[in-house]
Design a protein around this ligand. Structure first.
Ligand SMILES: Nc1ncnc2c1ncn2[C@@H]1O[C@H](COP(=O)(O)OP(=O)(O)O)[C@@H](O)[C@H]1O
Ligand SMILES: [Mg+2]
Length: 248
């Protein structure tokens, strides 16, 4: 399978006053088309930094990111932004919905940002809301939805333009276990049915267990890689055993 996402020796140093934090210390990785990869690590290990760089939301101090054949590190800010919008969809821990827009308008946002009319994409928005089980809530505002429903809206929005890569940063981190599982099941469905490439950041083994492959991140570096293969049961125990063998 061809690589759809590639990171080469990513370093990220945040200046903090007179000192600096080395959030990433040379991360290289490849994600194949259609692969579901989890990035797992404790709080502060550099997961969000890594995801932001992989999706072009931020730039590395050094190193390169190639998304679907485009080396975004060599683009100016405007071109990088256009590439990011065209090729990636993001889901965040705190949903990041626009409170004044309806559910349907939130899902249509990527089209509006791309300068297209929302009416033009009505059928696509309906299809996305159907997919996440929220067809009846199209006219609601985000604050009229449960947390799990809000995250389903965010997922529908992230998938709206059929991005090459879906990047999710702790998408279940603000949800209870059962509601979180519903989101993970939807991610899995998009992987299985649409062949969606997914990079999921999580600190939870039960979430990472949905992935084909788990990258374990510690202190800004990839400590190890655990190949789980494609499994339908999402059973976390094999992953937990492998993590324990690594002393984690
Ligand atoms: N904007 C920033 N400025 C300074 N330090 C940051 C910034 N963002 C993250 N960091 C630091 O970089 C490290 C990695 O952070 P982060 O990528 O958010 O980790 P994770 O998502 O795994 O919790 C942490 O030490 C964090 O404090
Ligand atoms: Mg984080």
């Amino acid at each position: 399978m061809p690589a759809i996402l590639e990171a080469r020796d990513l370093v990220k140093r945040y200046p903090v006053g007179p000192r600096a934090v080395d959030a990433l210390r040379g991360v290289s990785l490849t994600v194949d088309e259609g692969e579901f990869v989890a990035i797992m690590g404790t709080s502060g290990s550099g997961k969000s930094t890594m995801l932001h760089l992989l999706g072009g939301l931020d730039r590395p101090t050094s190193g390169e990111v190639v998304i679907d054949g485009v080396n975004i590190s060599r683009l100016d800010d405007e071109q990088a932004t256009l590439t990011r919008r065209a090729k990636t969809g993001f889901v965040f821990q705190f949903f990041n919905l626009i409170p004044l827009l309806t559910v349907a308008e939130n899902v249509a946002l990527p089209f509006v940002i791309a300068g297209e009319s929302w009416a033009q994409h009505r059928a696509r928005v309906d299809e996305l809301l159907e997919m996440v089980g929220l067809a009846e809530k199209a006219a609601h505002r985000p604050d009229q939805l449960s947390a799990g429903e809000q995250q389903r809206v965010a997922l529908a929005r992230a998938l709206a333009t059929e991005p090459a890569i879906l990047l999710a940063d702790e998408p279940t981190g603000n949800l209870d276990y059962t509601t979180g599982t519903e989101i993970l099941d939807l991610l899995w469905d998009s992987s299985e049915r649409l062949g969606q490439t997914i990079v999921l950041v999580t600190h939870a083994a039960h979430a990472a267990a949905y992935a084909d492959r788990v990258l374990v991140v510690q202190d800004g570096a990839i400590l190890d890689e655990i190949a789980l293969g494609r499994r339908r049961d999402h059973e976390a125990r094999p992953l937990i055993a492998r993590l324990a063998a690594l002393g984690l």
